[in-house]
Design a protein around this ligand. Structure first.
Ligand SMILES: [Fe+2]
Length: 249
């Protein structure tokens, strides 16, 4: 390669990745009116159509459960799931399966629910949970240990988005060693959240740290960003890694 061609090295343009190999998306907000995702049943159907077009056969939607903002319960989520299933059945274009779990925010209510063994799970007893974005919660290890004692398998939502670990990268391997599974948002790979989030996400993909990948779809602009992410090198890399468990769901 000449010096000039090295300097002006073009980014290789990859063909769009095929998300259908994942079969299942396991992180989204598609039940209308119960969190900051879909607000109406029409929103839900529009997002489901787009997920189907992207190649997904199934979505496990995960409404927020957060004491301060989204006081969702098992009953509220399962009733909403029923409504969405009924709307899908009436829609000729839709042929996508939907199930529901939750995205639990690590707070006192979550700890209580772990102890009561009253969590919404998906797949092999997986529990999706998220953390505060600004300050690292002090009780992550205790909470995940409690989950494991209760027979749950903790899955940390969008592990690449917590900026307080950007200078403490070893933390991710510690979690993996403690059998805390890590989930990547597809849109992190296209720089949707921030350039630094993309950088960390790419590095974590290189290091094989993720077990799940998810859309975290709330709105139609998340779908547009996912379409843009299809040509990202690290999306191809993680889909080909053989490490993802999405297809088992
Ligand atoms: Fe989410």
């Amino acid at each position: 390669m000449s010096i000039l061609s090295k300097i002006f090295k073009k980014k290789v343009v990859l063909p769009p990745a095929d998300l259908s190999v994942l079969k299942t998306d396991m992180h989204s907000h598609l039940i209308p009116g119960i969190d900051d995702g879909a607000q109406t049943i029409e929103d839900s159907l529009e997002l489901l159509r787009a997920m189907q077009d992207l190649g997904f056969k199934k979505v496990i939607t995960t409404p927020h459960i957060m004491s301060d903002h989204y006081k969702n319960t098992r009953e509220i989520i399962l009733k909403g799931l029923d409504d969405v299933r009924n709307a899908i059945a009436k829609d000729d274009e839709l042929n996508i399966e939907i199930d529901a779990a939750a995205e639990y925010y690590l707070d006192e209510n979550f700890i209580k629910k772990i102890k009561e063994k009253d969590l919404l799970t998906f797949g092999d007893n997986y529990v999706l949970f998220e953390l505060a974005f600004m300050i690292e919660p002090p009780n992550i290890v205790d909470a995940t240990f409690e989950m494991q004692l209760a027979g749950y398998k903790p899955v940390l939502a969008h592990a690449e988005r917590y900026a307080y670990w950007y200078n403490n990268y070893e933390k991710y391997q510690d979690f993996v060693d403690k059998e805390i599974l890590l989930q990547l948002n597809i849109n992190s790979l296209v720089g949707y959240y921030s350039p630094i989030t993309k950088k960390i996400a790419d590095r974590m993909v290189d290091d094989g740290l993720f077990s799940f990948i998810g859309s975290d779809c709330h709105r139609i602009d998340h779908i547009a960003a996912m379409r843009d992410s299809l040509t990202e090198e690290h999306l191809h890399k993680i889909l080909n890694s053989g490490k993802l468990l999405n297809h088992t769901l």
